[in-house]
Design a binder for this molecule. Structure first.
Ligand code: GCV
Length: 663
């Protein structure tokens, strides 16, 4: 039986799968061959499209039925292969896949191509995802957390999965979410926050049925479900007096608990673990290493084909700002690189893209080039914790692409090694908001992430074209150009009016929205800029600083070591510089700060105008939501400009060369 396409509740935005995107497919004759659940998903999609647009769909006809087809979708096997081949000959476009998910991805490829899928002739192309794991991690709490709320760092309303301590039970919306994810190539979802509190811990055991219901809803779209677990589960859930990873009773408990999980969810993906980090418990309590901790869970998962994603986000968050020897940026490398080669085959070390915490500009984490014998996954943040919290437009495609293309060592880029190793992960930016991502244009971030996980070397601009083509079917040139104008450079615009030259932070403590230059300066979190009357920045050189620059292989260790060769945009991350230091761009540090902050605000003003000019081309609800958010973005950008410029004017005493208003 074809699986019906999920029905969206009134007012919920179809995002990049509006019915109109299916028109080229829906007006044609399609033949589907093969059997199995995913074929039913594909059949349901085509049946829905032809019901709307008047085409036809036929399933496994008798040989010699005499019909000719515009599209043939054929599943030839039942392997785990996710690739597909497609081509067009003699008026028929053919998609073949030997694995079930491949057929679904092939179908969405045809949808993306639109009319082009049915034009001319083209040779058979093979499409294969670079990374086997393409995951979104939800930082969703089951119970509303007193400080972090329902979704930690969530800017899109509540959770799709949980509400006020219980499973939300809106599985049709979850299905629709799975469908959107599949259409951009994502194949795994972790359904709860990595900070695992008391209620959430129980998802592993007596509440596993609630996770199984989500897994059932997501499975038809090729998505495996993962769970964040607490390292102390044996203590908090079973009353053992220890969680020591080398204790036989602990290991046995995990083995049994994991077997029960698989009894409920046979294709369960595995565990995500935040250990010894920001108050979450971990193996250090027992004098054990992170490899000991990860390998214990890997052993429990191995008989069932599961994987543990162990996060490398481990650092001292009880620092004293006067201690200049402790450098948070060094922490992941110092903790994990000595463990290279010690992790089990089904243990993946999940590494944030930068050494700090998803700032608008950070160097690529040196861990990503330093553990050749460990499966590494790259973790990106789609939720815009430090990039405007989905009130600001900040399309992160170009930033992520830069990270993925970076070559920490000669052999491979970050994208290539993550794809070969543990995969690509993004912290989700989705919630129960009618636009899914709060800011409608933030949908482009999730879409771009999925497509980059499939093909890390892809040109992000081309992926944005895809997103525009799907989300706004038949978009006029003016609309497409307008969308590019507001999105293409939005990351750099955001960078201009916030913290300068890679120094980071300068946000309001706690919620991280809006400027506070000294917000974290004297705090225990280890996030400093060290600005004084003479200069700003953190000396991370090997010669005179914390030695962080030496964590990179050559040439990067040398490039970053000296202010002469360090790229401007990272200068203050690596060096403490005088305000009068001349950048490669021909400006002094202080003048660069002033200029970028004025420029950033101007760019937001222009983007707001551009968006206003598109009112006749965009659905009114979507247009209004974006327009309203531009008002806030502009207010906030001006606040950033004034706070940052005033702070550095007062600190340095250096006037703006152009005499603009600085308070
Ligand atoms: C889930 C940052 C965020 C935390 C988050 C943490 C992490 O510190 O502010 O909210 O916790 O990263 O990635 O674990």
């Amino acid at each position: 039986m074809p699986l019906p396409v999920p029905v969206l509740a009134e007012g919920v935005d179809p995002a990049w799968l509006p019915p109109a995107a299916f028109e080229p497919l829906g007006t044609r004759r399609t033949l589907i061959r093969g059997s199995g659940p995913m074929v039913e998903t594909v059949h349901g999609e085509v049946a829905d499209a032809v019901a709307r647009f008047g085409g036809r769909v036929v399933r496994d006809p008798e040989p010699g039925d005499g019909m000719s087809y515009d599209l043939v979708l054929e599943l030839t096997g039942a392997s785990g292969d996710e690739g597909f081949a497609c081509g067009r000959q003699d008026g028929t476009t053919t998609v073949t896949a030997s694995g079930r998910r491949g057929l679904l991805y092939g179908l969405f490829h045809v949808v993306r191509l639109g009319e082009d899928a049915f034009r001319g002739e083209w040779a058979r192309e093979v499409h294969q995802p670079a990374a086997a794991l393409r995951m979104v991690d939800h930082w969703d709490n089951v119970a509303v957390h007193p400080v972090m709320g329902q979704v930690e760092r969530g800017y899109s309303g509540g959770s799709l999965f949980w509400a006020d301590g219980r499973a939300r039970g809106e599985l049709e919306r979850v299905r629709a979410y799975g469908r959107l994810l599949a259409a951009c190539g994502i194949n795994a979802v972790a359904v709860n926050n990595v900070n695992v509190h008391r209620t959430e811990a129980r998802l592993l055991t007596d509440r596993i049925g609630e996770v199984a219901a989500l897994a059932d809803a997501l499975r038809p779209y090729g998505i495996r479900t993962h769970l964040s677990v607490t390292f102390t589960a044996p203590i908090v859930l079973a009353g053992l007096e220890t969680a020591d990873p080398l204790d036989a009773r602990v290991r046995e408990w995990w083995a049994r608990a994991t077997a029960d999980v698989y009894a409920a969810i046979p294709d369960f993906g595995g565990y995500v673990v935040k250990a010894d980090s920001e108050g979450q418990p971990g193996p250090f309590t027992y004098g054990r290493s992170h490899a000991d901790g990860a390998n214990m869970l890997a052993a429990a998962l191995a008989p069932h084909g599961g994987t543990v994603h162990w996060r490398a986000f481990v650092y001292n968050h009880r620092q004293d700002w006067r201690d200049r020897t402790t450098d948070r940026a060094r922490a992941a490398y110092d903790h994990f690189v000595p463990l290279d080669g010690k992790f089990a085959d089904n243990a993946v070390l999940q590494v944030k893209h930068g050494p700090m915490d998803f700032q608008v500009r950070e160097p690529v984490s040196p861990v990503l080039g330093a553990m050749p014998r460990t499966r590494l996954a790259l973790e990106l943040q789609a939720t815009q914790e430090y990039t405007g919290q989905q009130r600001h437009v900040c399309w992160l495609g170009p930033m992520w692409s830069e990270v993925l293309r970076f070559r920490p060592e000669a052999e491979s880029s970050v994208g290539e090694s993550a794809a070969r190793g543990g995969g690509l992960v993004a912290v989700s930016n989705v919630g129960d908001d009618p636009f899914w991502t709060g800011h409608p244009l933030a949908q482009a971030n999730l879409y771009t992430f999925g497509r980059l996980a499939w093909q890390p070397g892809a040109d992000p601009g081309r992926l944005l074209d895809e997103w525009i083509g799907l989300t706004f079917p038949g978009a006029s040139r003016r609309l497409a150009a307008g969308l590019h104008a507001v999105l293409d450079g939005s990351w750099q615009t955001y960078e201009k009016y916030t913290a300068p030259l890679g120094v980071g932070w300068m946000v309001q403590p706690g919620h991280h929205y809006g400027p506070s230059v000294d917000g974290y300066e004297y705090s225990p979190w280890g996030t400093y800029h060290f600005a004084d009357r003479d200069g700003i920045g953190v000396d991370r050189s090997a010669a005179t600083g914390t030695g962080y620059a030496a964590q990179y292989a050559k040439p990067w260790s040398e490039v970053y070591e000296s202010p002469d060769t360090c790229p401007d945009e990272l200068l203050l991350f690596f060096h403490h510089m005088s305000y009068g230091h001349m950048l490669h761009n021909g400006k002094t540090v202080i003048q660069h700060i002033y200029d970028t902050h004025f420029k950033g605000v101007t760019e937001v003003e222009e983007a707001r105008e551009t968006w206003a000019s598109l009112a006749d081309l965009v659905d009114p609800a979507r247009h209004a939501r974006v327009a309203e958010r531009y008002e806030e973005q502009l207010r906030s950008a001006r606040e950033w400009r004034d706070q940052v410029n005033s702070y550095f004017f007062r600190k340095s005493g250096v006037a703006d060369a152009h005499g603009r208003r600085i308070y």
